[in-house]
Ligand binder design. Sequence first.
Ligand code: GLA
Length: 724
Amino acid sequence: MKLISEENGMIRLANGSFSYVMYVDGTKHLQHVYSGKDIGPFDKAQRESILKDCYYEYLSPEGAIHEEKDGYGGDVSSEVATAGLGDHMGSAIRIAQNDGSFSTEFLYVSHRFYPGLPSLKGLPYARENGSICESVEFLLKDALSGVEAYLTYSLFADKNVLLRNLRLVNPSKEPIRILRAASLELDLPGYAYDHLHFFGTWGRERFPERVALMHGTLAHSITSGRSSHEENPFNVLLEKKADETHGECYGFNLFYSGNWKEEITVNERNNTRVIEGINDENFSYELEENEEFIAPEGVILYSNEGLSKLSQTSHDFIRNNVIQSPLAKQYRPLLFNSWEGALFDFSTQSILSYMEEAKKIGTELFVLDDGWFGQRNDDRHGLGDWWVNTEKIDLGKVIAHCHELGMKFGLWFEPEMVNPDSDLFRKHPSWALGHPQLNRELGRHQFPLDLTNPEVRDNLVSQVNAILDHYAIDYVKWDYNCFIQDAYSSHLSKERQGGVNYLLVKGYYDLCERIVMSHPKIFFEGCASGGGRFDLGTLSYFPQIWCSDETDPAQRIFIQYGTSFGYPLSTMGSHVSISKTASYTTKSDLAFFGSYGYEFNPSKLSDFEKEELKKNAKNYSQLHKSLIDEGDLYRLLSPQEGNFLGLLSVKKDQSEALLLVVSTLKKITLSFFVKLPGLKDERRYRNDFNGEVHTGEFYRTVGINFSPKWFDEFHSELVHLKEE
Ligand code: GLA
């Protein structure tokens, strides 16, 4: 299938279901013509009809007056909006020119098509992994500074995913300052859209909020140095009438784990523009001669069948084209984590008995969390000192015993941080980030390390790899527990300080390349005080991320529900914990709809509680991989709109499905049917809730009748449907 074509001056990326059309106009500006349902190529009249607002008159430097009928005209249909061209909807690229101005005009020079996807130097990016993709790269040149913009668009044949990449190169001898280089710009006609975004805080991540667009600019700007608990880079623009199963939705995301910003502007003529990329606050990046700046890869997702379909597209994309580790597609052992049960208070003996008890409830991978290294007996000491605290733990013995019990072994690290009370800080105080002449604020008693400094990165790589190479470790949890308070690097020159935030993120990816990618047999899970770095950059290296430090179902219901809009269930670390709100059955059913695990003191479980965990321990090996890790997700009941969470995950071949229903309030269900989409109409399925057998069509139109069931507060049902 040919994905990119060129006709009537238009370059069209189309896969039969989604198309994205651009046009190089008579003034050599790259214009956006269309993005949406693929309705075939446009002729000149159709193009003019779409762009008819764009009348434009200009005086060339030579003194000639030109008129462009469908040329670049004011606030509409640009691909690279800049200051200085009558566009007032916000720039995608901003340059501080050497004459002191911001006047910038990127003009088309050439373009080329190529099969496959671009690869990015020093940043994570999507991979083909068997998908068919094609790309078009434009070379544009700023008429004033000569800065070259390489702008690449890539489309997938098998899913409605468009990638957008921007690389700026300075060919002149004069250094140039980049003040903004957004990964995404999308202009849409009209403003009849809602915006769905995912805000939060620690312990309450990715809470969906849908708001109507308004005239003016709606912005989200993250400055904490991580993609954040406060707002997720994934967000959606959707038609007002769109819901889970109907309507047009445009999803946006970034391969980036640091400060980012999004602006959605509706102008006075009712045009909409989305701009998303690295945050330009505290950002000013100097480009020397022949240097380049690479913006993070931007992602546009499209569905005209509502939000569940958009999520499925995003999930397939993440599972197949974002996550790099082949281990992600293998069976993931049922995990036990020591943190909530033991905290820092453990010994060799107590961990050995933890492991034995954990084994009895089905654990297949035992993870020793924080507290095994340096002088780390609480969170005030030891970060930075990645040597085993042999007075506290005999790690070799613990690992050997774990393997003898037939379980894999995992260990916790937080490589990017340092406590002031550590050998590393005492030896290298300047390695901690922040201005030494100012008060430096700590977060959880620690500083982020200056990852812009290659010496710091080398030190961390050798410390962490020494442990990973010496011990038989099967899994690593990689944490990141504080904000960036002051992005000052003692290592960089004054010209480079404006790029520190960006270079820190590149430093993180460099560590991932040299630690994670050099250990392909170790499964790595990401974490940042729970879900503070849940993004495509992190997922490139970490197939799963601890979704939130909050494990109480009262809050977890919303966290997992919200996270599912952008991210697959297999990426959401979800554990049964000691929280008191709900029974172990409910906690286990809810955690099962994520990457499942346990996190409590196993010797404190009652026999009844152990019994409650048995069902899903059995389900896990039989159902989890094909139904939860690999299935198609449908959100059926929103806990924000009613008193139930309802999620359905359907096996790719539609032969089986798992339904989760959790109530948030006590309810006598006199009449309560849950309709199930996603099954094959003509096939017959037995469900293990009431043992009935019905066709897929019946489940879709009538549903499962839960009416005789008394739903107590936080009661759950996990229902397995199997084709007869
Ligand atoms: C963070 C993580 C927890 C745990 C602690 C250890 O808070 O989110 O799961 O690992 O750190 O200090």
